[in-house]
Design a protein around this ligand. Structure first.
Ligand SMILES: [Mg+2]
Length: 260
């Protein structure tokens, strides 16, 4: 996956042949859509029990999703009303980061284990096209009753975020694809992503922090790096992953020197 310095250099040199993939829940937005949606439907605790059980292992991702949705039984109207209620906010700095990446012609994707009907509004807020969203799709009958979810979507399966990255790589040949997210499933998407940046701006997951060599606590840190401000990687022996601080990354590095 590369050292922190490799990843920071790669990030600084992003351009039009590169892609950045963002997780959504607790990364681009401040909380978890499925949890909020379950609470909105009055079954927050029951759904959380399944989530915790799934996180403890012994349950396939697809099964856990199925079980939670069976409890939730959302109608298409519930989903629409919830999506319009704006229960979650964008994380500080997201708009600015997306603007800077757009100005550098970097392709941006959203990859989420949540539902596309809830992720599309986030994409719209950030002017990201819907075709750049990979997420699960809920299915409803003609009366708007829940009947299941599209199991063909890569994100409905274990390792789904990696599958989504493989799919986007088939769509277009990228020089580098960087995944940014707070969760273990985001870290697991690298490879096929060329690098992973852990995000602890909303929640710090120690298990994820251990999995990555580059971990940030705010999007400002990533914006500063893109703005080409001189930075250096400092060792933080006590806290494991290190932080980027002001001073001097070697801007003469070229991406061709970076291999993962
Ligand atoms: Mg997340």
């Amino acid at each position: 996956m590369g050292t922190e310095k490799d990843i920071a250099c790669l990030w600084q040199q992003l351009g039009k042949e590169d892609a950045v993939c963002f997780d959504v829940d607790s990364t681009l937005v401040t909380g978890e859509f499925i949890d909020e949606f379950a609470s909105y439907l009055g079954v927050g605790n029951k759904v959380q029990e399944v989530t915790l059980r799934a996180m403890g292992g012994g349950m396939k991702f697809c099964e856990a999703l199925k079980e939670r949705l069976t409890i939730m039984q959302p109608t298409s109207t519930d989903l629409k009303t919830f999506a319009e209620s704006e229960q979650l906010s964008l994380t500080d700095g997201v708009r600015r980061l997306v603007e800077v990446l757009n100005s550098m012609q970097v392709d941006i994707y959203l990859i989420s284990g949540g539902f596309d009907q809830l992720i599309f509004p986030v994409a719209r807020l950030l002017s990201i096209p819907e075709e750049n969203v990979f997420a699960n799709r809920l299915l409803f009958d003609e009366k708007g009753q829940y009947i299941g979810f599209d199991e063909e979507q890569p994100t409905s399966q274990a390792g789904g975020k990696g599958k989504a990255i493989e799919a986007l790589k088939q769509r277009k040949i990228y020089r580098h694809v960087i995944m940014v997210g707070d969760g273990a499933t985001d870290a697991e998407a690298c490879p096929p992503a060329d690098a992973f940046i852990g995000f602890g701006g909303n929640v710090t997951r120690e298990s994820v922090k251990k999995l990555c060599s580059f971990y940030v606590y705010s999007f400002e840190e990533l914006i500063e790096l893109l703005k080409g401000e001189k930075s250096e990687i400092i060792e933080d022996v006590e806290n494991g992953p290190k932080k980027v601080k002001s001073s001097s990354i070697n801007h003469n590095n070229t991406t061709s020197q970076i291999r993962f």
